[in-house]
Design a protein around this ligand. Structure first.
Ligand SMILES: Cc1cc2nc3c(=O)[nH]c(=O)nc-3n(C[C@H](O)[C@H](O)[C@H](O)COP(=O)(O)OP(=O)(O)OC[C@H]3O[C@@H](n4cnc5c(N)ncnc54)[C@H](O)[C@@H]3O)c2cc1C
Length: 378
């Protein structure tokens, strides 16, 4: 057996044994559009994973990880999804901030922040987007200044996923007054459970809230809590985005496969499969998923991959409502109870927006892959 197969067998066996008893009820809970589901129980599950060394498996051993290779990490995410294990609650800490600190943090920052991420004792959120700075992130206006050995932060972030469950936020802030665009920004680690921080949940189309507005009004963090040099925040922020694309794609595709299989079963059962147009779309969905899997295994341009999976998933949401029939346009219960297909239809609209919108991905492909003229910048 290769080491990857051994690793796969180990996590598969562990999940079989441990995703049982009270944890069995967590199967399939949480995830995009459903982050509110059983959050406290999923937190307990993730701490259980941590206690057995199954968080941060891709981190180097010296920081509490398993030093798992890319292939082993893919195996981990696939097995995790195949077991229908609950969606992770601290993926932002584990997959975004952790790798950023390992590559760019000071030894003191690593010693302070990595162990509680690994143990799932501190949850993190990502404070990049602002009302006037989304796709155009360099327009960030939140500002911070060093006063009496502390950074004092003022401004507003928006769409901050899971801020309401997090203790810390990594914040991109302007620290050089009068600086423009990418210059003069810093990457600050800011505690949220202090005065001067207000978190307001945003109610989504799905009726639930998983992202927030975060207001900083004189919020403070220690002078040492800047990653990289002050003013070098853009470079660090881009490094973090690089980890975002990570290795969990194949795990995500296991989830897509489960949704598609369930939809095919429903179409067979309710007669929708008799409609040639529905059969055609189901077949296309299957083919698209095969293409995605092949592309993920062989490596592909990240912008092309993001464009492809997000549109595939959005199309699946539309097809799901078609298969369900006209009644699917009505909520099943009051005040706004959605079934899984309705939630898929609504939340998959977000897929083409977060982690870089489709238009931005096309701009990147146009400029960096096809060598077309750059669009004018402000
Ligand atoms: C579910 C979800 C979770 C999120 N979580 C987080 C989070 O945790 N932390 C965080 O910081 N942010 C988060 N975001 C925010 C996300 O990063 C932004 O929504 C995204 O960057 C787009 O920015 P915007 O919403 O300001 O839209 P805008 O940038 O205002 O774009 C509006 C429209 O204009 C288009 N557009 C913009 N610029 C161009 C251009 N140059 N050429 C062509 N078209 C263009 C866009 O594609 C889009 O269709 C999240 C978003 C979603 C949907």
């Amino acid at each position: 057996m290769s080491s990857v197969e051994e690793f796969r067998a180990e996590i598969r066996g562990w999940l079989k044994t441990h995703l049982s008893g009270s944890f069995a009820a967590l199967k399939g809970r949480g995830g995009p559009g459903r982050e509110h589901e059983a959050f406290a129980e999923r937190l307990a599950w993730e701490r259980h994973l941590a206690a057995h060394g199954w968080t941060c498996v891709g981190w180097p051993e010296e920081y509490g990880g398993r030093g798992a290779s890319i292939e082993e990490q893919i195996a981990f995410h696939e097995e995790y999804a195949l077991a229908d294990a609950p969606a992770r609650v601290n993926h932002i800490g584990e997959q975004l901030l952790g790798p950023t600190l390992i590559d760019h943090g000071t030894e003191e920052q690593k010693a302070r922040f990595l162990p509680p991420i690994r143990a799932v004792e501190e949850l993190w959120c990502q404070g990049y987007s602002e009302p006037g700075a989304g796709s155009d992130l360099a327009a960030v206006r939140t500002r911070a200044a060093l006063e009496d050995g502390r950074w004092v932060v003022n401004g507003q972030k928006i769409w901050t996923s899971l801020a309401h469950e997090s203790q810390w936020c990594f914040v991109l802030a302007r620290t050089e007054p009068g600086s423009r665009r990418h210059a003069g920004l810093s990457y600050l680690l800011v505690p949220l459970d202090r005065p001067g921080v207000e978190i307001r949940p945003i109610v989504q189309l799905t009726g639930t809230s998983e992202f927030n507005e975060v207001f900083f009004d004189g919020a403070v963090t220690d002078a040492a809590n800047v990653v990289g040099a002050p003013g070098d925040g853009w470079r660090i922020a881009m490094a973090t985005l690089g980890y975002e694309r990570g290795v969990s794609t194949l795990g995500q595709q296991v989830g897509f496969r489960r949704e598609l299989d369930a939809l095919v079963t429903l179409a067979r059962r309710n007669g929708a499969a008799a409609d040639p147009a529905v059969r055609d779309r189901l077949t296309r969905a299957w083919t698209g998923l095969e293409a995605m899997r092949a592309a993920a295994l062989h490596g592909t341009d990240p912008s092309a991959a993001k464009l492809y999976w997000s549109h595939w998933h959005r199309d699946l949401g539309e097809l799901a409502l078609e298969v369900c029939g006209p009644a699917a346009t009505l909520a099943a219960g009051a005040p706004y109870e959605l079934d899984d297909w309705q939630r898929l239809f609504l939340f998959s609209r977000a897929d083409t927006v977060y982690a870089g919108s489709s238009e931005i991905q096309r701009n990147i492909i146009a400029e960096r892959v096809l060598g077309l003229p750059k669009e004018p910048r402000p």
